[in-house]
Write a protein that binds this ligand. Structure first.
Ligand SMILES: Nc1ncnc2c1ncn2[C@@H]1O[C@H](COP(=O)(O)OP(=O)(O)OP(=O)(O)O)[C@@H](O)[C@H]1O
Ligand SMILES: [Mg+2]
Length: 307
């Protein structure tokens, strides 16, 4: 194969003996023929690359769409089937009437399924509003002490079901931050819910908050659960992305919790960081500037020393 390149004096040289251009005119025409051919090859190569990229993109979009439809229809159908089934039983088609205890139990199942269904629909609406920039926040000074203790109480009520230990360490006298209290609470609860869901019995989930360097407030939701690899983290952060996307997976969910939590945190001026290791657990860290420094630039490296 012949190789061509410009030598130090700017002439064209070839990779085989005796092919050095004899004079400037010949070298010039050789050079222009060579650059034309090189140009054509580059254009062709670029077109091939673009075609390949759009094919990969289309395949990816189609796979995401298929996964999305399979996932969302599973998440909608399961509670709907439960609502239909228990409503039919309440309506009473059997010979023997239902006992009051059964009526209350079935009504409870219907209520739980309807609430689950509403939360799936709300999440789909939230992510689409966040993506289209139509999501409105009510930013105000937020007392973190009250807000985080409220989240810890929410987790405390549920931690028994997940049979793991809940640790709460919220420093006293945390500075106020500028945020939307309801939506910040929503973020922390989504993260606590993930931490409890993906931590097996006997594991631990922690909610900690402290002041970091330069007046930053560090909120950390940690667990000793299944953890994720770097690649799994990026899947988990995409809308509808689930590390285990089989329909017979152990955990229910639409895969919207993390993308919503991340976008909501960032829209409130915070930083959202995930540190995780497979089999070792996960830390999700939220960084907010104290209200007095809310206008200062933030860096992502100040969260060190949480664990
Ligand atoms: N703390 C965690 N430990 C291990 N894996 C996690 C953790 N948090 C999230 N994941 C992984 O990331 C995926 C996406 O999480 P995300 O919260 O977005 O969705 P979900 O919990 O599956 O559903 P939902 O929409 O109900 O929150 C999860 O399915 C899980 O595989
Ligand atoms: Mg979740």
């Amino acid at each position: 194969m012949s190789r061509a390149s410009l030598n130090r004096s700017g002439n064209l040289s070839r990779g085989y003996a005796g092919a050095i251009a004899p004079h400037a005119g010949a070298a010039g025409s050789l050079l222009s023929r060579y650059s034309l051919r090189l140009g054509n090859t580059l254009v062709r190569h670029r077109a091939e690359l673009a075609e390949r990229a759009s094919r990969v993109e289309a395949e990816f979009a189609s796979r995401v769409k298929t996964e999305f439809i399979a996932n969302i229809s599973h998440e909608l159908r399961t509670p709907l089937n439960s609502i239909l089934g228990f409503s039919k039983m309440l309506k009473g088609t059997g010979a023997s009437p239902l006992e009051p205890r059964q009526i209350a139990e079935y009504a409870g199942f219907i209520l739980g399924s309807a609430e689950g269904l509403l939360s799936v629909v709300n999440d789909v609406i939230t992510i689409s509003k966040l993506q289209s920039g139509k999501f409105e926040l009510a930013m105000d000074l937020v007392d973190l002490d009250e807000l985080l203790h409220c989240c810890a109480a929410w987790a405390g009520d549920r931690v028994e079901n997940s049979r793991c230990r809940l640790i709460t360490r919220i420093d006293e006298s945390l500075p106020a931050i500028l945020a939307d209290a309801e939506h910040l609470k929503d973020v922390v609860i989504r993260l606590l819910s993930n931490a409890m869901r993906f931590t097996p019995a006997q594991g631990a989930v922690a909610l900690t908050a402290k002041c970091g360097p330069r007046g930053k407030v560090i909120i950390c939701i940690s667990d000793t659960g299944t953890g994720m690899s770097a690649q799994e983290i990026s899947v988990a952060l995409t809308e509808f992305g689930q590390v285990d996307n089989r329909l017979d997976r152990r955990h229910e969910g639409t895969g919207l919790g993390l993308p919503i939590a991340k976008t909501l945190t960032e829209r409130q001026g915070g930083e959202f960081l995930i540190r995780s290791e497979e089999g070792r657990g996960t830390d999700v860290i939220l960084l907010f500037a104290a209200a007095a420094q809310a206008g200062e630039p933030r860096t992502a490296s100040e969260h060190a020393g949480i664990r």
